[in-house]
Design a protein. Structure first.
Length: 147
């Protein structure tokens, strides 16, 4: 422990890093499952998960102010993508054991993103305010979104 690092801050950073790692791991897991199913739609779904996982990492760790300003976007995009994937599957299937496992991964992914939103912004409403401010140019919530 250095003289300038508070233990609670280190624990918070460690938790954030572990949470990000888990979120990225789940996104890549469901992407890998979809890639293994073959066909254009499943391949595109896998690429979407890989791209959003990459954006999530960038939004979580990149120190640039413009990236911190828009770090809400990968959270919203990845959670929304997983939700759309679940709804599309529910409407058209196919309904086999691996699909149920993938949906479980996606539900868990959405849950961890929700935890991350509370960790970084304090509430979904605060994230929405940060998003509106980042797009409208009316301000930014300091360094809160850069976690």
């Amino acid at each position: 422990m250095t003289a300038h690092t508070h233990p609670a801050t280190r624990e918070s950073h460690a938790f954030g890093a572990a949470l990000t790692l888990a979120i990225v791991g789940l996104a890549l897991t469901t992407g890998y499952i979809h890639l293994g199913l073959g066909g254009l739609l499943f391949t595109l779904n896998a690429l979407g998960y890989a791209g959003l996982a990459t954006l999530y990492v960038i939004g979580s760790v990149a120190p640039l102010p413009v990236i911190a300003r828009f770090s809400w976007f990968p959270r919203v995009a990845l959670a929304g993508y997983a939700a759309i994937t679940i709804v599309a599957w529910a409407l058209q299937g196919p309904y086999f054991p691996l699909a149920y496992f993938a949906k479980g991964v996606e539900v868990t992914l959405i849950g961890l993103i929700a935890i991350d939103v509370f960790r970084v912004y304090g509430s979904p409403a605060a994230m929405v305010r940060s998003a509106v401010e980042s797009v409208s140019g009316t301000g930014h919530r300091g360094g809160m979104a850069a976690a």
